[in-house]
Design a protein around this ligand. Structure first.
Ligand code: NPW
Ligand code: ADP
Ligand code: K
Length: 465
């Protein structure tokens, strides 16, 4: 099965536009539905074996896909029943219902089957399911051994990961033609164990794609410690955080890591310690200057942040520093910047507006001129020029103190390494860091602490060489 890495992510409107393009070139909606139904039926047949299949059909084209799949499964000898919310409404779904030609049970009265296929609602869902429909779906899903959603779990909005009504757990979602934001954004993404994209020969393109394993290279043959990429980490009130970040920067591929102004004595010997002063952070060899982890929010923190902003060095801004800034102030600064907020820091800096995590991160990048790593179980990376990368769910064991400091150090390392070869590409650097962070967490297994994570970074890098 094709991996999801690097695949485009389309909103409901973009998917509809792609479908309309195909329809405009002479493919009918029914022909497209036949293609979808066949692809769905093939997956169901592969997984169901000789178990009975119950397909739930809604009123729109998602339901139409269900009727087509039912007909093709029955023709192939599969035991299959159909239950529906009512009569189909779209022309293509009406035709598909007619072609099925067999009994259609009322959803509320339908008996369960071991394999449940949800073709109730897809990208056309406009509100939560009624309580009767949601209740029947929950009952039938709970009684099934295998649950499969066609395009999207019914009740999940397409574009922002919201659940408009209660959504049961699915073993598999068959995304039609392309991934939609809710296949990656929480809480909707967590409703399905797996997602497979079915190719329905609709050409799809998008500025947004799934985070892919980066291709990295070993240092060039004549590399030296400064040419490899130099990171300077500004320390502050909580020295442990800056040590975690500096350690991650060193293990994340930087050739030289400076820790400026830290009070901790438990620092790896490879990390060079210096007093913090304006001259130290203006060093032209610094490929990325990190400010924020453990910085504090006192007067000294403000001074250090101001000094960092005043340099022309590529900047990574995390943690406390994000609480001391405004988007306008960032927009006024020249030079590459990457911000790594979690949800609380994001809301404080950019406002707790409504909208999808992707749209909010996109607006934040445009408003600040910085690349944004909007962290969480569904990390979204956006660049001011519109590029968007969304990470697949990483290990939930990352929800432990200090892993954000590790990520910030890693982002700085990748920015410095990336900038030592060419013009820095902050989006690529941030994407590399998020991927390596997730991979290190996967390799660290359960119940790791942030200190352990940095130790797994070299293995994660090795997987990209
Ligand atoms: N477009 C194409 O060419 C192709 C699309 N394909 C497939 O179609 C899917 C999109 O189809 P779709 O646009 O018909 O929407 P769909 O998700 O079936 O539901 C819309 C219907 O439900 C209704 N409705 C909405 N919410 C409701 C609620 N809570 N409770 C009750 N009713 C509700 C809504 O009416 P409303 O009441 O909102 O006016 C409307 O009648 C897509 O996911 C893919 O599976 C493929 O076959 C390839 C070709
Ligand atoms: N449930 C989760 N699943 C996957 N990744 C998570 C989860 N919770 C947190 N993370 C990741 O762990 C890191 C936590 O960062 P942050 O909240 O800044 O923590 P801290 O400030 O303690 O270092 C981020 O990279 C975030 O994306
Ligand atoms: K569905």
């Amino acid at each position: 099965m094709m991996p999801l890495d690097g695949r485009p992510i389309l909103t409901a409107a973009a998917m509809r536009a792609a479908e309309e393009q195909i329809i405009a070139t002479g493919t009918s909606v029914s022909a497209l539905m036949e293609r979808v139904g066949a692809a769905v039926a093939a997956q169901v047949r592969r997984l169901a074996g000789d178990q009975e299949v119950l397909i739930l059909c809604g009123p729109g084209n998602n339901g139409g896909d269900g009727y087509v799949a039912a007909r093709l499964l029955a023709a192939a000898g599969q035991r299959v029943r159909v239950a529906a919310t009512g009569a189909p409404r779209s022309d293509a779904a009406i035709a598909a219902r007619h072609a099925w030609g067999r009994d259609v049970e009322a959803l509320g009265a339908a008996a369960p089957a071991p394999v449940l296929v949800d073709a109730l609602f897809g990208t056309g869902l406009s509100r939560g399911l009624g309580t009767d429909v949601a209740g029947a779906l929950a009952r039938l899903a709970a009684a099934a051994a295998l649950t499969i959603a066609v395009d999207l779990p019914s009740g999940a909005a397409t574009d922002d990961g919201r659940l408009l009504s209660p959504v049961p757990d699915y073993d598999l979602t068959l995304a039609l033609g392309a991934l939609k934001p809710s296949h990656l954004l929480q809480p909707a993404a967590a409703r399905s164990q797996r997602v497979i994209v079915l190719d329905i020969a609709v050409p799809v393109a998008s500025e947004a794609s799934v985070l892919a394993r980066p291709r990295l290279s070993a240092p060039v043959v004549d590399a030296h410690k400064y040419s490899r990429g130099m990171v300077a980490v500004v320390a502050g009130a909580m020295p442990g955080a800056s040590v975690l970040a500096a350690t991650a920067a060193a293990r994340g591929g930087a050739g030289y890591v400076l820790l400026l102004g830290g009070a901790s004595d438990r620092v790896p010997h490879a990390i060079v310690r210096r007093r913090f002063d304006a001259a130290a952070i203006a060093d032209k060899r610094i490929g990325a200057l990190l400010v924020g982890p453990g910085l504090g929010r006192d007067e000294r923190a403000r001074e250090r942040l101001e000094a960092a902003l005043a340099t022309d060095r590529p900047l990574v801004i995390d943690g406390d520093a994000l609480r001391l800034l405004t988007p306008q102030k960032l927009a006024a600064r020249k030079g590459p910047m990457i911000l790594t907020p979690h949800a609380g820091e994001f809301d404080a800096l950019f406002g707790a507006d409504a909208g999808s995590k992707i749209d909010r991160a996109r607006h934040a990048a445009a408003a600040s001129g910085a690349t944004i790593v909007f962290k969480g179980p569904d990390t979204v990376i956006t660049a001011p020029d519109g590029g968007v990368v969304v990470a697949l769910a990483a290990s939930s064991w990352l929800s432990t103190a200090g892993t954000g400091d590790v990520l910030a150090g890693l982002v700085a390392a990748r920015l410095a390494v990336n900038g030592s070869n060419a013009m820095p590409d902050p989006l690529a650097a941030a994407a590399e860091a998020v991927w390596l962070h997730g991979e290190a967490a996967r390799r660290a297994g359960p119940a790791f602490i942030a200190d352990d994570l940095a130790r797994h970074l070299p293995e994660a890098i090795a997987a990209c060489l």
